[in-house]
Design a protein around this ligand. Structure first.
Ligand code: AHR
Length: 367
């Protein structure tokens, strides 16, 4: 194991930037800001998920040694997570000069904290954490800092002082929620909405951000009512269970919008509505909004079953690798890297906030 005291000094001298998916490592960050993008901003033109994460040609370790990386992954709750895990395993491969210690923390915060402690004890060169929940990180982050190990917070955010970690990267979850709300405002064009929300895992920044962002737009629409909002834990089974309970409580015909905070929950919600004889999709009684825009989610969007699908790009490992390569080279790294995403709507819908789905877009979706 290598100690990188000098690198830590560099890591402390961080600046912020915004980097779009698909940009190459050679490109300069588009802007230096820690602000989330403006809520009314249109999504990037056809930012479909063929995006390749950045890569650099240089060997990862400047001294030719294998670079050891620990990744405390959330779990295996969704198709998005599977794609994200594969992307990390492909990027931090032995072939690419890394030794990756990958741990699936099975959505258990205590396990994730102990996993990070294990990485510290092993004196790994770098630690990547995709935080299951945003709270409760100060102590172990301080322990990593005391041990001189750079920490990358990836995918989701932590509710901790930013001096406790080296860098953070991921999608803007609040902006994703606002994108969903802005699209719905445009689509309903003044019509009433009775909305049911199936949230993600409790305490996850993906849940907190998407909820906050969507509620920001709900607050601007006095004829929208959020009837209920419950956690489906980002799983298909959770989505189905919550939807079944919503149907029992509110009854068919009393809601016209279901917001599912990821694609797997949407599949479960569709199963529950199928069983109850409730029609959904562009030609149905209920419009479904989903998040992630994975391949299967976009197939349902192309089929008109999910009316709007807000992307969250799982191909983020290249951004983490870019940070590690910079640290290996003794360079400054950005404090925050935004992985940009877009939104997609069913055929026949034109939107200033989203790309209309086509077979071509679906064919380009690798995950
Ligand atoms: O943090 C990203 C979210 O976590 C994805 O939307 C979801 O599918 C995953 O479980």
């Amino acid at each position: 194991m290598k100690k990188k005291i000098a690198l830590l000094l560099v890591a402390a001298m961080t600046v912020s930037s915004l980097v779009a998916c698909g940009s190459s490592a050679a490109e300069e960050p588009a802007a230096a800001t820690e602000e989330a993008p403006a809520e009314d901003a249109a999504p990037a033109e056809d930012a479909s998920a063929e995006e390749e994460e950045p890569a650099e040609d240089a060997a990862p370790a400047a001294d030719g040694e294998v670079v050891t990386v620990g990744f405390a992954q959330v779990g295996h709750e969704s198709d998005w997570r599977a794609a994200n895990t594969k992307n990390y395993q492909d990027t931090f491969s032995a072939e690419n000069g890394y030794e990756l210690s990958f741990v699936d923390c099975d959505n258990d915060h205590a396990v994730q904290i102990e996993t990070v402690r294990g990485f510290i004890e092993q004196e790994l060169d770098y630690i990547c954490i995709a935080p299951i929940q945003s709270a409760g990180w100060d102590t172990v982050l301080q322990e990593a800092q005391d041990a001189g190990i750079p920490v990358l917070i990836v995918d989701r955010a932590v509710d901790a002082d930013e001096s406790l970690y080296t860098t953070a990267l991921g999608c803007d979850m609040i902006a994703e929620g606002e994108a969903a709300g802005n699209w719905l405002t445009e689509y309903l064009d003044g019509a009433d909405a009775n909305i049911l929300v199936i949230e993600g895992s409790v305490g996850a920044s993906a849940t907190l951000g998407r909820t906050e962002g969507f509620n920001n737009i709900v607050a601007k629409n006095s004829n929208w009512t959020v009837l209920d909002s419950q956690s489906g834990d980002f799983t298909q089974a959770g989505g189905q269970e919550v939807m079944e309970s919503f149907i029992k409580t509110y009854g068919a015909g009393n809601f016209n919008v279901v917001v599912c905070q990821n694609d797997n929950e949407a599949y479960g919600a569709m199963d529950a509505m199928d069983a109850a004889g409730i029609t959904y999709g562009v030609d149905g009684d209920v419009q479904i909004i989903s998040f992630d825009a994975t391949h299967d989610g976009l197939q349902y969007t192309l089929d008109g079953k999910i009316t709007c699908n807000v992307e969250c790009n799982p191909l983020q490992a290249g951004f983490a690798e870019q940070v590690i390569k910079k640290l290996e080279a003794g360079e400054e790294v950005d404090k925050w890297t935004l992985v940009e995403d877009s939104a997609f709507v069913a055929p026949g819908i034109e939107s200033q906030y989203a790309t209309t789905m086509s077979q071509e877009v679906l064919d380009g979706r690798a995950y």
